[in-house]
Design a protein around this ligand. Structure first.
Ligand code: SAH
Length: 396
């Protein structure tokens, strides 16, 4: 019999609505002695069954919930079904699994698998765990992914900042099959990217910006482009491929810049140049030198990891926007992205308004975008919505 977790009175509503995170503060009592990673049954204070989940005394998220059926254990068949549903979305609905393609196969809460991310890169699978319960079941997931996908190899990556919060002790590397000998080539809307699955950031590539890169392509023709925070050249190479006359990509990571340069060569895009630099300083210098661009993309890393960091994050955005408005020609396009869930689209738009007012410029919003459908948002867990992208035009 699994241990039982009883919630405090009046704390059960979000969990009946299928929110998957139970924080310690919502728990009245634990009956039995679950060890970390064990399956538990969760009941309301009034004794009604709510859901089954996995327990972790080391995390603020004391229980992650996976199943709301009374008699369904969290066994191999259950996990297989969840994975099958996730794979079916990408394969049959979104058609993202063809040769040379890359996509997110499992998006944690968005796919009912809180704590697990799985990415697909042309036959290679990269897993990342952000919860202990599923991390302890990594052999089950490896077996199931081999069965369902017949990959070339399955690799494990761990996000350093999350591991201590969950008590994760995982070694990165190959879990099953072959080791990629060199960066893996994937294709996105006609542009080939080399992806370093074991050494790159996250799982190697920012798959979540695929649709936003496609949206930006439409504005690139004939323009001078600046891609700030370019990583391996995502927006920059798409802009060049779509007809930009000159493109500069800037990033502080030397390995990312090296791969960006290889990517430019591989695609024969000679009008692109990559610079290793700190973006704030680079923009300041460009402003001093009176450089001008017709299209600027700002895709910074997550500035706000927790509520207390939001104010500083907003300051960073204000500075980036102010500098960009100095560098942009009238009629120019400004693309601002934000991957901090704590900063909403409304906040991003208000920042644009403040920056335009301060610079005495007129700015229009042309397009609002979010994350692509292989990063689905669970309606019960709005925290799974995190990416925003605004395409704006500087009128004068
Ligand atoms: N636009 C990219 C993804 C950007 S991710 C794409 O489409 O693939 C954010 C990038 O910002 C990372 O590559 C990171 O190395 C870089 N970065 C973080 N802080 C930086 C800074 N202060 N200056 C320059 N680059 C920075």
């Amino acid at each position: 019999m699994p241990a039982t977790v009883i919630l405090r009175s009046r704390r059960a509503k979000p969990f009946f609505s299928r929110h998957p995170w139970i924080y310690a503060g919502a728990i009245a009592q634990v009956q039995g002695q679950p060890t970390d990673g064990d399956e538990v049954e969760v009941f309301s204070h009034g004794g009604h069954f709510i859901a089954r989940g996995l327990y972790n005394s080391r995390s603020r998220v004391r229980v992650r919930l996976y199943c709301w059926e009374m008699n369904q254990p969290l066994d191999m068949a259950f996990w297989r079904h969840r994975l099958q549903q996730a794979i079916q979305l990408r394969r049959e609905v979104l058609h993202l699994l063809g040769p040379g393609k890359a996509c997110r196969l499992v998006f944690s809460e968005g796919d009912g698998l809180s704590g697990l991310t799985v990415d697909w890169y042309d036959g290679w699978v990269v897993m990342q765990f952000t919860g202990l319960g599923l991390a302890l079941r990594r052999e089950i997931f490896t077996t199931l992914l081999v069965e369902l996908l017949q990959p070339r190899g399955i690799l494990l990556r761990t996000e350093k900042s999350i591991a201590p919060l969950e008590g994760l002790e995982l070694t990165e590397g190959v879990l099953w099959g072959d080791t990629p000998k060199e960066p893996v080539a994937i294709e996105e809307d006609g542009v080939v990217f080399l992806v370093d699955l074991l050494g790159g950031q996250k799982t190697g590539f920012y798959l979540d910006q695929r649709d936003n890169r496609r949206a930006v392509r439409r504005y690139a023709k004939g323009r001078r482009v600046l891609d700030a925070f370019c990583y391996t050249g995502g927006f920059a190479l798409h802009a060049a491929h779509a007809g930009a006359i000159e493109v500069i990509g800037v990033d502080s990571s030397s390995s990312a810049i090296q791969l960006a340069q290889c990517n430019a060569q591989r695609n024969h895009l000679v009008q692109v140049r990559f610079v290793e630099a700190e973006v704030f300083r680079f923009l300041e210098e460009q402003a001093r030198n009176r450089q001008r661009y017709d299209l600027i993309i700002l895709d910074p890393p997550k500035f706000a990891h927790r509520q207390s960091a939001v104010e500083n994050a907003l300051k960073g955005y204000r500075r980036l926007l102010a500098l960009s408005l100095l560098l942009l020609e009238p009629g120019g396009i400004l693309v601002t992205c934000c991957c901090s869930g704590l900063i909403t689209m409304d906040m991003l738009e208000e920042l644009s308004n403040q920056a335009a007012t301060k610079a005495r410029r007129q700015v229009q919003i042309l397009e609002r975008h979010y994350q692509p459908p292989d990063h689905p948002i669970a309606v019960a867990c709005r925290e799974s919505s995190y990416l925003k992208c605004l395409i704006k035009r500087l009128c004068c």
